[in-house]
Write a protein that binds this ligand. Structure first.
Ligand SMILES: NC(=O)c1ccc[n+]([C@@H]2O[C@H](COP(=O)([O-])OP(=O)(O)OC[C@H]3O[C@@H](n4cnc5c(N)ncnc54)[C@H](O)[C@@H]3O)[C@@H](O)[C@H]2O)c1
Length: 320
């Protein structure tokens, strides 16, 4: 079988670079595209991708490109014969999205439109999209579908657009993966205390409840999505939740982290942040049954790995 080529937008980012590891290990040829809006460049290549190459012993083709640069995006698709795309590139900070709404709409929506046009013009129709549990909005009870923030709305609008696109031409196969918190707070164990935003949510201990997932489980979900493309005709647009299906409060998370590391984490409370929901819990049933995927790692393992990463990389990717 010929080796398939996967283009990963935002390939230098947190989730994109982890996907690159799994893709290389699964035998795909990987082209990573990034503009370094939120990743670190070293001699023209991303520091994260240099590590990906070291870990896997395989090489990633890297193209520095802003998805807003339509012509450049089309040229990349013309240059490489891309079979599938994993689209992780986006601006993603909820607070910033409330203050810089135009920048967020421009980057996330226009960047996606440029990407889709480049795909269509080069007959590439298989797309995995990085969506988010924020598309569900702020639930008074779980689940509910109203009340998103600007960042969540960019995700929601893009999903709507992808759904419409898939109906306009049956060649499109689009999988939207709605992630549920692939990152535990990097502040855990690093700063003198952890700031907990809000203690009067309608949750068992008053702090925000989230459903966490290990980054490697998330990455394997993308490879599972690509395999689904190979099995499914007329897939159209499909959305899948990726999470453990278990709600964990911020205080529970802090306790788990203390257990995993033996380090005490003092907690300081602050006001709720605008746009943050009280409880967001995943129902992963559809992904479990249709993607042939299951998460392997639990919360203690997430805490251990987070702590190992922080200890070994005190300055993040800037650490030598
Ligand atoms: N990390 C999370 O908790 C989380 C949760 C749900 C959904 N998501 C989504 O997953 C995706 C990846 O998130 P992440 O945590 O890896 O973020 P990240 O910031 O680490 O990675 C995103 C990458 O995209 C790049 N990028 C942004 N705009 C670009 C553009 N116009 N052109 C080219 N590159 C661009 C950035 O430089 C960055 O390297 C995003 O779409 C995000 O919305 C993330």
């Amino acid at each position: 079988m010929t080796r398939k080529t996967v283009l990963v937008t935002g390939g230098a980012g947190y989730i994109g670079s982890h996907c690159c590891v799994d893709l290389l290990e699964a035998g795909y040829h990987v082209i990573a595209v990034d503009n370094f809006a939120n990743s670190i460049e070293n001699d023209g290549i991303a520091t994260s991708l240099q590590r990906v190459e070291r870990i896997t012993g395989k090489s990633v083709t890297f193209e520095k490109c802003d998805l807003l640069d339509r012509e450049n995006v089309i040229n990349i698709f013309k240059q490489y014969q891309v079979d599938c795309v994993i689209h992780t590139a986006a601006l993603k900070v909820i607070g910033d999205s409330l203050q810089m709404s135009l920048k967020y709409y421009n980057n996330n929506l226009i960047g996606t439109i440029n990407l889709l046009e480049a795909m269509e013009s080069t007959n590439c129709f298989d797309l995995v999209y990085s969506s988010s549990c924020t598309v569900y909005g702020d639930p008074d009870f779980v689940p509910i579908t109203e009340g998103r923030n600007v960042y969540g709305r960019t995700k929601y609008f893009i999903e709507e657009m992808l759904n419409d696109l898939s109906k306009s031409d049956p060649k499109w196969k689009i999988i939207s993966l709605r992630y549920f918190n692939p990152k535990t707070s990097v502040a855990l164990g690093k700063k003198p205390h952890v700031t907990v935003y809000g203690k009067d949510y309608n949750t068992p201990d008053g702090t925000g409840v989230r459903d966490y997932i290990h980054i490697m489980d998330l990455a394997s979900g993308h490879v599972a999505a690509l395999r689904k493309f190979e099995r499914a005709e007329n897939l159209g647009f499909q959305a899948y939740n990726l999470g453990l299906g278990r709600g964990i409060s911020v205080l529970e998370l802090v306790r788990e982290f203390e257990k995993a590391t033996g380090i005490r984490v003092p907690v300081v409370y602050a006001e709720k942040r605008p746009g943050d929901a009280g409880a967001v819990i995943c129902c992963p049933k559809k992904a479990l049954s249709e993607l042939d995927w299951a998460p392997k790692y639990d919360l203690p393992k997430m805490c251990e790995d987070l702590w190992r990463w922080q200890t070994m990389n005190p300055d993040g990717y800037k650490t030598k």
